[in-house]
Design a protein around this ligand. Structure first.
Ligand code: 5AD
Ligand code: FES
Length: 375
């Protein structure tokens, strides 16, 4: 093993910061042993905060109508080939009821920026979910809104909000989005959400077109300022009906290394091993957990619409039922020595007790790191 590599990993862990040079070195230095040292350090940090807990979030993809036209995204408004759908309020609520029966304690309502879902409609849905499931957290992931709208969602009972910043660099942001969107507004939204009191998630696509190490370093600097509670990252995967259809996909290996660095720098953050990571590599989600991730977000949407919420090509689990993914994921988590608690899985700053007790329950569990590359 390369002692420089280990020394840099230890230093990052110690001071919870990373320089551009360190980032480049960590991402670009080859060697399985180096990588394994990095992942082991990240696992160790996750273990100290969360034990072997991996939280499941039930994802309800309730509309694929979107007024935006992001160059990377399969549900961009210009994609005439996307088959559009919207779930009714009743359908959304019944997804959550089924999810609660399966043991989920967080529902993530994710959708395109669909003007049909006015603030009134969103608030009604949030209120009804919270009324039916007072022990569950509701996460919204519905894009850029005004401070006032975010405040109304919070008042209605929403607990968390996911809005990936996509890239902290405003010029890079312009290369990924049409001129109607700006990096400044994106970041404004995230600071507003934090100020209102949400648990906030930001994030990036690893290997998005034109992304450089400098950009990724800016992302770290931005996140150290924002101090998000959740960070969602996955590899960029080209979608055939977008302007980026011929762009190279992001690398799984780089995604895993960035996950590990995020864990070292933000020990308490909720960090999903994303569906995009599971799409790019059949064992991607397990590898993500073994590199420091501690959240999985299986789909709860009705099977009739699953194949329509396609942000990128090849998305996994579009043919499965919610119950199947639930069983599958629990089994996958357990196979690598982790377990799925039935608690909300709040960020430790928000948790009354569960994160700490979850961390204690399983001190003696064995982590199995010898993940095979085939599913
Ligand atoms: N590849 C990977 N991730 C994507 N997303 C959107 N399009 C793609 C793609 N082609 C991500 C974005 C968005 C999140 C909901 O999904 O980061 O914020
Ligand atoms: Fe959907 Fe495994 S998570 S089938």
């Amino acid at each position: 093993m390369d002692s420089d590599y280990a020394g840099i990993v230890d230093a990052i862990r110690e001071i919870q910061q990373i320089t551009k040079e360190q980032l480049q070195y960590i991402l670009e230095t080859e060697g399985k042993e180096n990588e394994e040292y990095l992942f082991r350090a990240a696992r160790d940090v996750a273990d100290r905060v969360f034990g072997k807990a991996v939280y499941l979030r039930g994802l309800v993809e309730f509309t694929n109508y979107c007024k935006n036209d992001c160059y990377y995204c399969g549900i961009r408004c210009s994609n005439q080939n996307a088959e559009r759908y919207r779930l009714s309020e009743e359908e959304i609520l019944s997804c959550c009821d089924m999810g609660a029966d399966l043991g989920f304690r967080t529902f993530v309502l994710q959708g395109g920026e669909d003007p049909y879902f006015t603030d009134e409609r969103i608030c009604r849905i949030v209120e009804k979910i919270k009324a039916g499931h007072p022990d569950c957290a509701v996460t919204l992931s519905i894009g850029e809104k005004s401070y006032e709208s975010y405040r109304r969602y919070y008042e209605a009972g929403a607990d968390r909000y996911l809005l990936r910043h996509e890239t902290a660099d405003n010029e890079h942001y312009c290369m990924l989005h049409p001129a109607t969107l700006s990096g400044e507004n994106r970041k404004r939204c995230l600071y507003d959400l934090k100020k209102i009191g949400f648990q906030v998630g930001c994030g990036i696509m690893v290997g998005s077109p034109y992304q450089t190490i400098d950009h990724i370093h800016e992302d770290f600097v931005f996140m150290q300022d924002l101090r998000p509670h959740m960070i969602g990252i996955g590899p960029f995967i080209a979608h055939k009906d977008t302007p980026f259809k011929d762009k190279a996909n992001g690398s799984v290996d780089r995604t895993l290394r960035i996950l590990a660095l995020l864990r070292l720098i933000f020990p308490q953050v909720l960090l999903p091993a994303t569906t995009a990571l599971g799409t790019a590599d059949p064992m991607g989600r397990e590898k993500g957990i073994l590199a420091g991730a501690n959240v999985l977000m299986p789909n709860l949407s009705p099977s009739a619409v699953r194949g329509k919420y396609l942000l990128y090509d090849g998305k996994i689990c579009t043919g499965e039922e919610a119950a199947e993914c639930n069983v599958c994921l629990k089994r996958r988590v357990e196979r690598i020595g982790y377990y799925v608690p039935e608690s909300r899985g709040d960020h430790p700053d928000f948790a009354k007790s569960d994160a700490k007790t979850d961390a204690k329950t399983d001190e003696k569990m064995d982590v199995k790191t010898d993940v095979k590359t085939d599913a």
